[in-house]
Design a protein around this ligand. Structure first.
Ligand SMILES: [Cu+2]
Length: 247
């Protein structure tokens, strides 16, 4: 068997494994339920990255496995293997393909990031929620509504939210899995992230409806979580009315 035949066999196995692998990773739903307008942008990027990693993974595993079986050295080796010399075509191809992939992904990611950042910001009528992380709880202040709560984060359906995130003591990270958004909460500064809830829900029915600290911040870090409740705008107004005004 010459080098060309090995190449054809490897190419065929690689193509089949890649097709099967891409079909499998795209059909398996590993992501939490999406519940914001911005979520699909993140999910699409996740699917693209996962699908693109399959051909690279299968190439490495198949070449390795084929070499282990086909070119196996039985017993003690009696001589060195043939020396490996450079291969200009392979090197150029490798650089061009990987550079192209990196540039494509950087462009794709940048477009998605701009999309997420501008979607809510341009929609107008934003609800402002100030989220402040402390060891080890979150406090939410609604400046327009003049209320404040540590019990749960209540949001109206369909209205863009501007989260102004800060920290009282150490670095925390403000993360709502079902909204697919996360941003550091840093003492001494305010970081901003936008989300537009598009699905009603709450923590009791779906644990992805929660604010979770995503930055190790001390002993109570894992418990630094609070439920998110997304309700109809009228129910949100009723909830606001039930809260005692902030002193
Ligand atoms: Cu934490």
């Amino acid at each position: 068997m010459n080098g060309k035949t090995h190449g054809v066999i490897l190419g065929l196995v690689w193509a089949v494994a890649t097709a099967v692998g891409v079909a499998v990773v795209l059909s398996v739903g590993i992501l939490p339920s999406p519940a914001s307008d911005e979520a699909h942008t993140v999910d699409n990027a996740m699917s693209l990255l996962t699908a693109l990693s399959v051909p690279i993974f299968t190439l490495v595993v198949i070449v390795l496995g084929y070499s282990m079986v086909r070119f196996r050295q039985r017993g003690e080796p009696t001589q060195d293997g043939p020396p490996i010399k450079g291969h200009f075509g392979l090197e150029v191809g490798w650089v061009v393909v990987t550079l192209g992939l990196v540039l494509f992904l950087a462009g794709y990611g940048t477009v998605g990031l701009i999309d997420i950042r501008t979607h809510a910001a341009h929609a107008g009528n934003e609800l402002v929620v100030q989220a402040r992380g402390s060891q080890w709880f979150w406090e939410f202040t609604y400046p327009e509504q003049k209320i404040s709560t540590k019990e749960e984060l209540v949001l109206p359906l369909g209205r863009p939210v501007r989260f102004e995130v800060s920290a009282a003591d150490v670095v925390h990270s403000f993360w709502i899995p079902s909204f697919r958004m996360k941003i550091d909460a840093v003492p001494g500064m305010v970081t901003v992230v936008h989300a537009t809830p598009n699905t009603a829900g709450n923590y009791r029915d779906d644990f992805n409806f929660r604010v979770q600290c995503a930055e190790l911040c001390g002993l109570g870090h894992t418990g630094m979580t609070v439920g998110v409740t997304v309700v109809e705008p009228s129910q949100f107004e009723a909830w606001v009315a039930r809260q005692s005004p902030r002193r």
